[in-house]
Design a binder for this molecule. Structure first.
Ligand SMILES: [Zn+2]
Ligand SMILES: [Zn+2]
Length: 644
């Protein structure tokens, strides 16, 4: 669907009276909606894949496909999996879909649901499957790949050939599918479903930009109409907080097509915010015995072959760069570089733990359709550190890392988090290293979590290729869950690089590595913070903390003097030199979310005071400059989320 078409559609739809569907369709501009896990009513202990909600959504996808085939009998159907907050189905349609089609399909879905059809499953041979789907070229391709063991029915790569092919059927519709589904369509609440489509970003067959562009219809389904309503409200709120829009409005960052997609440019205000975060973490790390290092942005391909990142990450890396007779990679990971720093010196047991920290920029190849503001980018900076520890230090050091991460989240007011222990999938061969090393590392992580009384779940298959890990899942104000800080225990890279230290008995021993990044990526983290705070950053993070607003030109000099004193006190200050009236200036600066606006006029000049207006609109009245300085400095230094 062309962009123009979709905008026309949006406009028309927005004119309609209030309706859940109308509001749902607006989600197409929401940047993060599809990247987070919403679990409004979902129990934490149950895996999503095992939940009734998952079966409801998966079944709704099939029902949507049935209704779509009635509307578009010539449609080619691609794939239709459940996703984190709903489901989608990709179609190759003979003509662009319009709003009328969608409404027809949505109400037809309700009819199918109300008719009470059973979902039934049967096993078929590859030949039967191919014959059944002979008119459906995408299904034919999927079946062939499924039989060859390349992909599953949703086009995801799989390790082993599928043992059998199953068909799921309801009413007139049959799909190539493993399930699970509800038993009967009546288990779905017809008042708790809604569908939309996402026109601008193309959905490509197999996610490949060189293949057919498809029409992706998104849906969401809940157990009750209230849940649907809550979800739609949340999307509306999320849209207002879109970090791309706020980032643009506040002058935090920009993306230039000439520089390249997925390569955000940090403007002064955004860089100030990011730098404030970095300085804080850097200082906290120095206090905790971390040592700074700096490493280059490219490295010899052999380095990554030794580390095993190549070929494990081959698909998400840029092609090697040929220089003379060597090949180089844009750095996909900082670990191997830090390892070579460790290895450049002889270490005694007395030196351990060695904690090397760097805000290290790495580059990953992401398809251009996936790129999104600050949250999906092609170059990003990891608040990385690698700790080299002796085996008897592992547990203690791991706990210290975890508590540092907890402190950081708490300081930002992100205190609603849980942890996830990612372990190896025992049936996969994509992991490096011996079994007993994996077991030791996993046991250490779980012991640390238990000791610290952490709320955690264990998930198989979530490990890094070189070791198990602990991820922090943080909920923002909208209860959206983000995967942030990560800590990984690694016995493999020390082995691959033959790292050593000299033990007390003079023997050579192998250290264990801990990889950790509390924020993950600075880009993504700032994107999340923008949305979490809706641009109203706490004073200590605000790019501009104080703005001076002189009432008339004759107050300008006094305003400059005050500003200079505030700067000396370590505050980030601007003077509003604009020609507009005071009321306008107050409004403009409030829209920029500047925490403190200081209005200065004749009386302030005489008395050496400032009249303090908060961005919350509260008027604190005139106060001696010294009093304001101590207020603002103490709020900023304490990282308070309040303004006074
Ligand atoms: Zn299915
Ligand atoms: Zn690492």
């Amino acid at each position: 669907m062309s962009c123009r078409m979709s905008w026309l559609l949006m406009r028309n739809i927005n004119k309609q009276p209030y309706h859940a569907f109308t509001r749902f369709i607006q989600r197409q501009d929401i940047p993060l909606a599809f990247l987070f896990v919403i679990s409004l009513e979902q129990s934490m202990s149950e895996r999503y894949e095992d939940s009734q909600l998952y079966r409801i959504r998966h079944s709704s996808a099939h029902i949507m496909a049935e209704a779509m085939l009635e509307r578009f009998p010539e449609a080619q159907i691609a794939i239709g999996p459940p996703i984190e907050d709903g489901f989608y189905y990709d179609f190759d349609l003979p003509r662009p879909i319009n709003e009328e089609d969608l409404q027809w399909v949505e109400s037809r879905m309700r009819e199918i649901i109300n008719a009470g059809y059973d979902f039934t499953v049967r096993e078929v041979t590859p030949d039967e499957a191919l014959k059944f789907f002979k008119q459906q070229k995408y299904k034919v391709e999927l079946i062939n790949d499924l039989v060859a063991g390349r992909v599953d029915e949703n086009g995801n790569q799989i390790a082993e050939p599928a043992g059998k092919i199953t068909f799921w059927t309801q009413d007139t519709f049959t799909d190539l599918c493993r399930g699970p589904h509800v038993k009967n369509t009546r288990e779905i609440n017809p008042d708790a479903i809604s569908i939309t489509f996402k026109p601008p970003a193309g959905a490509y067959w197999r996610g490949d930009e060189n293949r057919e562009q498809l029409t992706r219809i998104y849906g969401t389904a809940w157990e009750s109409a209230d849940q649907l309503e809550d979800y739609l409200n949340l999307l509306e709120e999320a849209k207002k907080r879109d970090h791309r829009i706020i980032g643009e409005r506040l002058g935090l960052f920009t993306i230039s097509p000439l520089v390249g997609k997925g390569l955000p440019l940090w403007k002064p205000y955004g860089a100030t915010l990011r730098d404030t975060l970095e300085r804080w973490l850097r200082e906290t790390q120095l206090d905790n015995g971390y040592l700074p290092v700096v490493t280059p942005h490219i490295g010899n391909l052999n380095l990554y072959k030794t580390s095993g990142h190549y070929p494990y990450y081959k698909d998400s890396q840029y092609a090697p760069i040929q220089v003379d007779n060597d090949e180089f990679l844009l750095k996909p990971m900082n670990c191997p570089h830090h390892i070579m720093i460790y290895k450049s010196d002889m270490h005694s047991y007395r030196d351990l733990p060695v904690r090397l920290a760097e805000f290290g920029t790495v580059y990953r190849y992401e398809q251009s359709g996936e790129l999104n503001g600050l949250t999906r980018v092609r170059g990003f900076t990891v608040d990385d550190a690698h700790l080299f520890v002796a085996p008897n230090q592992l547990l203690d050091e791991f706990k210290k890392v975890v508590s540092l991460i907890q402190d950081i989240f708490n300081a930002l007011g992100l205190s609603d988090f849980r942890a996830r222990v990612g372990t190896r999938d025992p049936n996969s061969d994509k992991y490096a290293g011996a079994d007993e090393l994996w077991e030791a590392a996993t046991a250490a992580i779980i012991e640390a979590c238990d000791d610290m009384g952490l709320d955690y779940v264990v998930e198989e298959g979530e490990a890094a290729f070189y070791g198990p890990k602990l991820d922090f899942l943080v909920r923002d104000v909208l209860k959206r869950e983000w995967q942030l800080g990560t800590v990984q225990v690694d016995y493999n890279l020390p082995e691959r690089f033959e790292l050593e230290y000299v033990a007390e008995d003079n023997s050579r021993q192998r250290p264990i590595m801990i990889h950790r990044a509390p924020f993950g990526s600075m880009e993504r983290f700032v994107g999340i913070l923008i949305e979490h705070f809706a641009g109203e950053f706490p004073v200590w993070l605000a790019p501009v903390q104080v703005v001076l607003i002189p009432i008339a030109d004759r107050h300008l000099e006094y305003a400059e003097q005050v500003a200079a004193q505030l700067k000396d006190a370590g505050l980030r200050v601007e003077v509003d030199h604009g020609k507009s009236r005071m009321a306008n200036k107050i409004r403009t600066n409030r829209e920029r979310h500047v925490p403190y606006m200081l209005i200065v006029g004749d009386r302030d000049m005489e008395a050496g005071t400032v009249s303090v207006r908060l961005r919350s609109d509260e008027d604190l009245g005139a106060m001696p400059l010294a009093d304001f300085v101590s207020l603002a400095v103490s709020v900023s230094d304490s990282k308070s989320l309040e303004l006074k």
